[in-house]
Design a protein around this ligand. Structure first.
Ligand SMILES: [Zn+2]
Length: 294
């Protein structure tokens, strides 16, 4: 199974390289969130097109919008506030709460962020929600997906190949993100590296604390994920966002050194009651999720 997956990825990356190279000028640029030089073959407009194109398919695959306008709006509002204080406020950000029992959250390039009902039900404060969404925003602002794809294209040697320019509407673009994978394969997303996870953790904490959320909520989420996975890495969220113990330890040290007043809850709030009222109470009244993930 892994083999066919790799093969499919290789094919889609080959196609990506063919599509991208003639369109992109230089592959090197400075990242807006991290200030680091990066190798990224995707331009911002390509990123946005790719994400906008893929978003409806992911929405559908994950059971569609959660059947509660209140929850959808709340998730969207918290997400948009965070995105506004990020380094890429003008992307066409969207935050989707989807009707899936899986425990997952992910971002598509260009600012389309998803969180499942399964994960929402495991959280207990608005700060934790902000932690999850902030982390996903971090993957977008740091342009991790474009970098992952670019690196893999180089690694497979296809970057030398110059082919014809095709439109981003081409479905091969979507296959890069796993949409339109073969029957039975389901969707999959590129797995992030440990450094990228740590970078997104720090960016997420930066955005959430700017809005006055308590950064310790980010660590609470990691514990929730660890517990829900039963110690293994089999859960959906952990397949794309690896969570070694060192990631938790790094974040704890980061928070203690950069946000020493995290114990002062008058300045750095959790907002548990708000989350209870806006999400957990209405969630308990909904029919079972449409997407079981089985
Ligand atoms: Zn991640």
């Amino acid at each position: 199974m892994n083999l066919s997956r790799n093969k499919r990825l290789e094919q889609t990356l080959l196609t990506l390289a063919l599509l991208t190279l003639p369109l992109a000028g230089a592959g090197c640029s400075t990242n807006p969130a991290t200030g680091q030089k990066q190798f990224n073959l995707l331009s911002q407009s390509q990123e946005v097109s790719l994400g906008s194109e893929a978003a409806p398919q992911f929405l559908k695959e994950y059971g569609g919008p959660i059947p509660s306008p209140g929850i959808r709006q709340y998730v969207s509002e918290v997400g948009l506030k965070l995105a506004k204080v990020s380094e890429r406020p003008s992307l066409p950000w969207e935050f989707h709460a989807v009707d899936s029992a899986q425990i997952n959250a992910f971002a598509l390039p260009g600012g389309k962020v998803f969180i499942t009902r399964g994960l929402l039900s495991k959280l207990d404060s608005e700060a934790q929600l902000a932690g999850v969404l902030g982390h996903e925003i971090g993957h977008v602002t740091a342009q991790h997906i474009g970098q992952q794809m670019s690196r893999a294209a180089v690694a497979s040697g296809v970057v030398q190949v110059i082919g014809v320019a095709a439109s981003v509407q081409d479905e091969t673009w979507l296959q890069v993100l796993g949409v339109g994978a073969q029957a039975g394969g389901g969707l999959y997303l590129l797995k992030f590296g440990r450094d990228q996870e740590t970078q997104s953790d720090e960016l997420g904490v930066r955005y959430m604390t700017t809005l006055g959320y308590n950064p310790m909520a980010q660590i609470q989420v990691m514990r929730v994920l660890k517990e829900a996975s039963g110690g293994g890495g089999g859960m959906e969220m952990l397949q794309t966002h690896p969570l070694p113990q060192t990631r938790i330890e790094h974040l704890r040290d980061h928070i203690r050194s950069k946000y020493p007043n995290f114990r002062d809850e008058s300045q750095m709030a959790f907002r548990k009651q708000a989350y209870q009222d806006a999400v957990l109470t209405p969630l308990a009244k909904l029919p079972p999720p449409k997407h079981t993930g089985q």
